[in-house]
Design a protein around this ligand. Structure first.
Ligand code: KG4
Ligand code: ZN
Length: 339
């Protein structure tokens, strides 16, 4: 089976072509980051208008890249939620229209299931059951992935997500939007131990996180003068160390509690080099395995939506012809493929 996939849940327009036998044949992405920079965050209406303009040319380019004619496709997947409702509708409307015109089945995919399945695009790929640490701009979750569509939430953040803590702290340090990756780069110049920030909720049992206090700690640390380049780098290092320590400790605790030996790390913060290095070393030491998507598939992309779509379409699941996208959609509502 070969399918086309469209992702448009936030500020990235992305398209991919995935073949069940030959793997990923093409993928492209248009980032709207320049469009939203002046506002310091994503402006939903501007995002929708840009998706309308970008998606169809991206579909053409990606099909050409994949040397694929519409007649060679057996299905279309699109992100149906959660996300910005206008942005989601752009991708869903295009996907449904193409599916209608080309007489193909279509399937609406949960964006977070896409992130969770992104490591299946790599080799070696993880197997079910496994533990997943999902760390993005909107979510921080520890999940037992028992099978496709069978996800058990062990714990999540009570307030800010890990990516949000990176982004908000970057803003406090005067870094340009979007701040997470910039803060991580600055942290590389920071001195270990020069700025020690709290490890929230580490002393409490369980698998919950809390990152909102960290931005206050960063704001206080940034008040000390002079806030020169070295001090900013030290604070960035302190913040990254606090987040990475907390994520590693809770992920290892969840591995101990569940007995899983495979850990999947997904979502934008999974692109963080320090987190990758630390978890890689910790899992090697305990004889387990950690699986990351390549960094470009940690952040939003259509290849991950294609992977989720392929598995569900292959299992015989199809979505109806209505455009029922969902701005909010708890992961726990997902089920294994419907025949
Ligand atoms: O998964 P994603 O692309 O979008 C959501 O679905 O949220 O994640 C974006 C988040 C942002 O908060 C961004 O700052 C963070 O991932 N991020 C990083 C890095 N690259 C992206 N955080 C830390 N280090 C990075 N290298
Ligand atoms: Zn995402």
């Amino acid at each position: 089976m070969r399918i086309l996939a469209i992702e448009s849940s936030c500020d990235e327009s992305a398209v991919a072509v995935l073949d069940g036998q030959r793997g990923l044949l093409g993928h492209s992405l248009w980032s709207q980051v320049d469009l939203h920079r002046a506002y310091g965050g994503v402006v939903p209406e501007l995002a929708s208008r840009d998706h309308v303009q970008r998606l169809l040319p991206l579909v053409r380019d990606t099909l050409a890249q994949a040397a694929t004619e519409p007649a060679q496709l057996q299905g279309i997947a699109y992100t149906a939620g959660p996300g910005l409702v206008g942005a989601l509708l752009c991708g869903a409307a295009l996907a449904r229209s193409l599916a209608y015109g080309w007489r193909l089945p279509a399937i609406g995919i949960h964006h977070l299931e896409g992130h969770l399945l992104a490591p299946l695009l790599e080799s070696p790929a993880p197997e079910f059951p496994h533990l997943a640490l999902l760390v993005s701009g909107g979510h921080t979750m520890l999940i037992e992935a028992l099978g496709l569509g069978d996800y058990r939430l062990l714990g999540e953040t009570r307030d800010d997500a890990a990516g949000e803590a990176f982004d908000k702290s970057a803003k406090l340090l005067g870094l340009p939007y979007p701040g997470g990756p910039q803060l991580a780069a600055l942290a590389g110049h920071g001195r270990p131990g020069a700025c020690v920030l709290p490890r929230p909720m580490l002393d409490r049992p369980g698998f919950e996180f809390s990152f909102s206090g960290l931005k206050t700690a960063v704001a206080l640390a940034a008040r000390a003068q002079p806030l020169d380049e070295q001090r900013r780098a030290d604070i960035a290092r302190g913040l990254q160390d606090a987040i990475v320590d907390t994520l590693c400790a809770k992920a290892l605790r969840a591995l101990d509690a569940t007995g899983h030996r495979q850990l999947v790390v997904a979502g934008g913060v999974g692109a963080n080099r320090e987190l990758r290095a630390r978890l890689g070393a910790a899992l090697a030491e305990r004889g387990g395995q950690v699986f990351f998507p390549r960094p470009e598939f940690c952040t939003d992309n259509a290849a991950m939506i294609a992977m989720a779509g392929l598995l569900r379409l292959q299992a015989g699941e199809r979505s109806g012809a209505d455009l029922n996208v969902r701005a909010r959609w708890p992961l726990a509502e997902l089920r294994p493929p419907l025949q």
